[in-house]
Design a protein around this ligand. Sequence first.
Ligand code: MG
Length: 145
Amino acid sequence: VYQWIGGDEPSDVASAAREQVDAGFTALKMNATPEIERVDNPATVEAAATRLREVREAVGPEVDIGVDFHGRVTKPMVKRLASAMEPYEPMFIEEPVLPEHNDALPALAAHTDIPIATGERMYSRWDYKEVFEDGAVDVIQPDLS
Ligand SMILES: [Mg+2]
């Protein structure tokens, strides 16, 4: 079980993270970025990494932090964001691309050491077949409803 933490500013997410850990959660999940351009600038990448860094520093290394990309980040930006986030050791990056772009996941898996999660928009076992076969995804998240 993880608890969601919101907030756009680094200090907001850090205090939200501390509150949830104080409440007993050992895993958290947060947005990776606000809206982002197809190919965005270094400040955007830095801002995303800073939010994660603030949360990591707030909760320490014994709390897991999932980072949800919501499939709204493009392939070229996912690589840059993942590289910038690696020092803060997220538990996983979720939906780094939309399922229709799952063919991009093996290259991403080769690019980053962060586990990759996906599945909430995949609705049949056939949607999962490719990601199981290519081994790029580490955590599957079927939407049970
Ligand atoms: Mg999600």
